[in-house]
Design a protein around this ligand. Sequence first.
Ligand code: 4AD
Ligand code: MG
Length: 431
Amino acid sequence: MEFYIKDASKFINKKVEIKGWMYNKRSSGKIIFLQLRDGSGFIQGVVEQKNVDEKVWEAAENLTIESSVIVNGTITKHPKKEEYEIQVMHIEIVNLSPEYPIGKKEHGPEFLFENRDLYLRSKTPWAVLRIRDMVFRSITNFFAEEGFVRTDTPILQPTSCEDTTQLFELDFYDEKMYLTQSGQLYSEAAIMSFGKVYDFGPVFRAEKSKTRNHLSEFWMMDAEMAYYDQNMNMDLQEKMIKRIIKDTLENCKLELEILQRDTKILENCVKTKFLRKSHFEVKQELEKDGLKVDYNDDLSTEEEIALGNKYQIPVFVTDYPFEIKSFYMKSFVDERGVKRAKCADLIAPEEAREIIGGSQREDDYEVLLNEIKKRNYPKKEYEWYLNIRKYGSVPHSGFGLGLERMVRWLSGVHHIRETIPFPRSTTLNRP
Ligand code: 4AD
Ligand code: MG
């Protein structure tokens, strides 16, 4: 029977074979402790000189960090802790590693990310990227249960969805194309066939901002729903986020422990209703709290962090000034005469900041056409998008979740580059 380290508790006193790697080693005279990993987990192998052949002892002595190795032995429970060990009887060295570049000493992030291919083997990336996998699965299950159809959207697009200054342009058979910023516009077409859809894939932003929250290539999940207004949109987002947190807390205990993640706030987020506050209200509050705010602008990094720290629960910040938001959003004029978008950014606590952007979409042909003209977008390229409003238009809404932002919050790592296997940003493109 195949054995994986994660199942060790079910194999006490049984003979097993581990096919893996040695990530560390310690010896005290006649005992050598091998720190082994096989992808599914970590376990300590105990080699006692008195119990093994001379050849096995020699192999244990020769083993170097990150050598690949097949080990046979018996699983035992650690006498004091809830941990398991393997009492090693046989060792087969598959490949003996020369001195490993990532040693026991502390390395800076620069060095670790220049060697990301090797750094992936360390415990922190192992834990973070398994949480990423959990989020992916959680979202897929959630949308299947909610009756959504996954309809993926093209990576090469002739138009921009968000900010036109952040486009990566490329030559596509002598025509201009851009790498997608979001699949939203295509999802809007798809709901007219399927009702509720989502996509999940890589998107690209030529981000000038070098922050611990920005990547040039990241994964976005766009969801779009026919006959949903902005309130229904937020209800759905809240349900999804709570589900992701719950699944992660339940299924990623070892990962969270490796990351030394204090999960108190996350646990509370599963049980407590998220807040909904208008952009104006938030600016007013933060001003009272002593921050210098601009009522006409987006929330700054500082403001998003302050909001998260104040409430320790996600806050839907609604009704941003229309001028600073995307052309496709439905708008209204508030009681102060300010044109606002029927939208919300979801601001997460613990300095995680904006994890979701969403809105109700403009469903009126003429209003949308005027906005496209006003912003000097090439009308011809948006004709198909306008057609969604021509043939059986319905009120509809949607949102986009940044996968890496979500994973950064859950795992509590400082920098977003930790949350994707091979990050791409202005400074990090190797390997
Ligand atoms: O707020 P954004 O720009 O919204 C859209 O693209 C919409 N078209 C989505 C939709 O309604 N379907 O991006 C959505 C999310 C943000 O909230 C953030 O989590 C993430 O994508 N995001 C980034 N993540 C990492 N690096 C970047 N440079 C990001 N820019 C946005
Ligand atoms: Mg946004």
